[in-house]
Design a protein around this ligand. Structure first.
Ligand SMILES: Nc1ncnc2c1ncn2[C@@H]1O[C@H](COP(=O)(O)OP(=O)(O)OP(=O)(O)O)[C@@H](O)[C@H]1O
Length: 603
């Protein structure tokens, strides 16, 4: 081993020891027995050099419970469905066994052998994140080449990398399919593993057809597996998520052969002999009666036990000042912390990002000359699917490394992203499906660390709590009035001012200031109007049971406009919204199917 290598290993060891000491100082609030196993990585059957990497380079002292349970199964070559809470280390569950096997081949694998393992993920950020972990794990196995393919990247460069050969490939489905069809130098004859990370989300995003095509092109549907049984390469496919539910049944059935269920108790997937269709939603509706599915419809999803889950009940017209007050309160209480704030649309992210970056307010804190100060002093980032790839990448990386910051995002950040030390999640717009609630709050309270989450609900939406309860998430009400009373107004603090949020003097004065601010900033005013339209559209897009809980008819659109600091409901909205609703109704009637998630506008 070279001196440089030794030095870097020593530095890594020191870094990991400091990290572990920090954790011991009290960051981890959960009982370690709930997260970590008492076994060691080597006792799971992993190669000693890989165990050293996990320990020294990654700073992992012991496997997590799901790692201890799943790694031996995956090492044995069995297909598997892995369901475990957010932030419990599922990435290593599949990467470690792949590396273990690849490094042990008698004839060292070469780039010209092409791709041995393929990991499919729903978003570009997750693609990069898994790639970075893989890079670290492969540090001592330089002959195993990692790589990634994803939308937004340069196709020709990707082609060139594929031509040279990538042993372990991380990809988003659309771009992978593109290369499978068009890049003749892409060698995948040695493919042994296909992993679907966040399997349910890949299907929810409407990639079902792509996945089906990918599986056929790779010869990895169950029927083709059976034909290939006699060939020398055995396939092993894995599906993972914190919310594996009935939506992945089709995928599981066509891609997994006698799978082992981990974290799904005794639920089994029934074997089938033909290829079922993976439509955009992955729904079972069109096959009802034909297939008896064994993954339950109502999943009791595992939310980290140490996570404090709250809801904030706010009348629609007061949403914006309440959001700003909550943010201010959180950062005043703990100036060095990271918060992720979720919205339903890209436009809402853009509007609130501009507002928070520029909004000044004089009443808090009162200053001598009455000079206005930026309302929220923390670093702010935004991340959504309509941003340029470069901006997306730099926001993602920057928020990862910051010690104290606020990230405004759509659901593009909800799945799998591992931002260190996020203490708080705010869901300003409701997530819709309970699965998305679980993944959004899962960006905090990872691996036993503490975390808090806030879900904004209007009084008319409060029944949504029952829906969450059905899935195992219990929320308590946040004492909002007490917090609002704590803000200084006319030099006075902590006075009981009102029993009603929408009549609270602090809320009223902040709302007034926000409206004047928007009127003085034509660009932000434009963003507010756009965000209003998208918000209403997104609200009408709730499906099934959720449509009953989030009823557009019950909304007062004037109050919705107020929540974007608009004094009046923008007039164009009526038309555009009606057009949109009519179009959707026509589509639903024609196809009988729910429309695909519009990835570009919503996330
Ligand atoms: N054995 C371990 N010891 C210490 N830290 C670990 C261990 N395994 C994983 N981690 C760390 O735990 C964090 C969460 O891991 P990971 O992102 O794989 O979780 P996940 O279960 O996939 O979460 P999600 O469901 O949100 O995608 C990461 O920072 C990872 O480095």
């Amino acid at each position: 081993m070279g001196t440089m290598q030794k030095k870097s290993d020593k530095a890594n060891k020191e870094k990991s020891e400091t990290k572990n000491k920090e954790k011991k100082k009290g960051q981890i609030v959960n009982n370690n027995n709930d997260v970590f196993s008492s076994s060691s990585f080597s006792s799971l059957g992993l190669h000693p050099t890989l165990c050293d990497q996990l320990h020294e380079r990654m700073g992992f002292e012991a496997p997590t419970l799901v790692q201890a349970q799943a790694i031996p199964v995956i090492l044995s070559g069995r297909h598997a469905l892995v369901n475990a809470a957010t932030g419990t280390g599922k990435t290593v569950v599949y990467l470690a066994p792949i590396i273990h096997h690849l490094q042990s081949y008698e004839n060292r694998i070469q780039r010209s052998d092409g791709t041995f393992a393929l990991v499919l993920v729903p978003t570009r950020e997750l693609c990069l994140q898994v790639y970075e972990i893989l890079l670290k794990l492969l540090h001592r196995f330089h002959w195993i080449v990692p790589g990634y393919l994803m939308g937004g990247e340069n196709r020709s460069k990707e082609k060139a990398r594929l031509r040279k050969g990538i042993s372990v490939l991380i990809a988003t489905p659309g771009r992978l399919l593109d290369h499978l069809k068009n890049t003749t130098s892409f060698v995948y004859t040695n493919l042994r593993w296909i992993i679907f990370d966040e399997a349910d989300r890949i299907l929810e995003l409407g990639f079902g057809k792509d996945i089906q095509e990918i599986l056929v092109l790779l010869g990895s549907t169950k029927t083709e597996n059976a034909v290939r049984d006699h060939s020398k390469i055995q396939r092993q496919n894995l599906l993972l998520s914190a919310t594996l539910n009935e939506k992945v049944n089709h995928l599981a059935k066509i891609s997994l052969d006698n799978p082992v269920m981990i974290g799904l108790n005794d639920k089994r997937v029934e074997p089938i002999s033909t290829i079922e269709s993976l439509d955009s939603s992955g729904s079972d509706e069109d096959n009802e009666g034909k297939i008896s599915t064994k993954i339950p419809t109502i999943g009791d999803y595992k939310v980290p036990t140490q996570l404090i889950q709250r809801y904030v009940k706010v009348p629609c017209g007061s949403r914006l000042p309440v959001l700003l007050s909550l943010l201010k309160h959180l950062f005043d209480k703990e100036p060095s912390q990271k918060v992720v704030l979720f919205f339903s649309t890209c436009d809402a992210v853009d509007f609130h990002y501009s507002l928070l970056s520029e909004f000044h307010f004089s009443s808090y804190p009162p200053t001598e000359g009455g000079t206005k100060q930026v309302f929220l002093g923390c670093k702010t980032f935004r991340l959504h699917g309509n941003m340029e790839q470069l901006d997306r990448r730099s926001a993602f990386q920057a928020f990862k490394t910051e010690k104290s910051a606020l990230l405004l995002s759509t659901d593009v950040s909800a799945r799998g992203l591992d931002f260190p030390k996020v203490r708080c999640i705010i869901q300003y717009d409701s997530p819709g499906e309970a699965t998305e609630y679980v993944h959004r709050v899962g960006r905090t309270a990872r691996l036993g660390e503490r975390g808090e989450s806030f879900l904004f609900l209007q009084p008319i939406e409060i029944d949504y709590l029952q829906d969450l309860e059905k899935h195992g998430a219990s929320l308590t009400e946040y004492p909002l009035l007490k917090v609002l009373d704590s803000f200084p107004l006319h030099g006075q603090k902590n006075l009981k001012r009102s029993d009603f949020i929408d009549a609270h003097p602090w809320v009223l004065s902040l709302q007034k200031a926000l409206e004047s601010f928007i009127m003085s900033k034509p660009k932000i005013d434009e963003l507010a109007k756009k965000a209003f339209c998208s918000w209403v559209r997104a609200y009408t897009a709730h499906r099934g049971e959720l449509k009953r809980l989030f009823m557009i008819k019950k909304l007062h659109l004037g109050h919705v406009a107020k929540s974007f600091a608009l004094k009046q409901q923008p007039s164009l909205v009526g038309q555009s919204f009606q057009k949109q609703t009519k179009k959707r109704k026509r589509f639903d009637k024609k196809t009988g199917l729910p429309k695909k998630v519009k990835f570009s506008s919503r996330t």
